[in-house]
Design a protein. Structure first.
Length: 261
């Protein structure tokens, strides 16, 4: 009897591992296919990414490569990162398809929209960084160079810098999702979070100070969107209330009825 039980529990576990392996392979293959498609345009993509800096560099000034293999590897590194970035919706779908069968109906209805919204907000944060923040940052930094100092940025250092900012702004634009999840899970209530609004505003300006140059314009351009996104998350959190709901009870009863059979 014990052996039969162990076999019954081992088989579903192995099947889950096989499914996980298959989904990871799909993710790797999708990233590889997109990377191969982008690799022939790697130099053009890097030039486009460097545009906000190049437009503010002094006349006849260029970027440099201090490593021997940097001119070859750095554009391909960017192409790989961009391939992962493009495949994020497919990656999240694979993650969702793997965990969705184990969720209750109400949880599926809530988590799937949050995944879509978090992806769009991350993309929005990256676009905001490139089109709004980068021109301000590089305009300030190039203008702040002392007289007699030539602004010549290494292509590898530049890529690391912009990727860090892309990630930082993408995460900062997830504020509505963080707000909704905190309220949905019952960690904080909507009323208590609304009472902490002054601290949130101060925190947004502190984050803006840390991620942008020391000028009031760029700090404000990050802090105000973060504040507005917090308010949006607080507003949307009305749809997500913690605690046991009738749907949860019905789902739990359905679960036990299925497993009793």
């Amino acid at each position: 009897m014990k052996n039969n039980f162990e076999e019954a529990t081992e088989q579903p576990f192995i099947s889950h591992l096989i499914e996980l392996r298959d989904r990871l392979l799909r993710i790797v293959l999708s990233v590889l296919v997109v990377f191969l498609g982008l690799s022939s345009y790697a130099n053009d993509i890097y030039t486009y990414l460097a545009g906000p800096l190049l437009r503010h560099m002094p006349k006849n000034s260029t970027m440099i490569a201090i490593e021997v293999a940097s001119p070859f590897f750095i554009p391909f590194k960017l192409a790989l990162v961009l391939a992962i970035f493009i495949c994020v919706p497919f990656i999240l779908y694979q993650f969702w398809a793997f965990v969705a069968p184990g969720l209750y109906k109400r949880e599926r209805r809530m988590i799937f929209p949050l995944l879509i919204a978090s992806t769009l907000l991350f993309y929005l944060g990256v676009a905001f960084a490139y089109f709004v923040v980068f021109p301000l940052i590089f305009g300030f930094l190039t203008a702040a160079a002392p007289v007699g100092v030539a602004v010549m940025t290494d292509i590898g250092k530049y890529l690391d810098f912009v990727l860090t900012l892309f990630f930082a702004f993408g995460v900062c634009f997830e504020v509505p999702i963080f707000t909704i999840v905190l309220i949905w899970t019952g960690i904080v209530s909507r009323a208590s979070l609304a009472e902490k609004r002054p601290y949130v505003i101060v925190g947004a300006f502190v984050v803006g100070m840390l991620l942008t140059p020391p000028d009031a314009i760029s700090q404000t351009l990050l802090a105000i969107p973060m504040w507005m996104l917090f308010e949006i998350g607080l507003l949307c959190s009305r749809l997500f209330t913690p605690g046991n709901k009738p749907e949860d009870i019905d789902n739990a009863l359905e679960y036990f009825e299925e497993h009793d059979d």
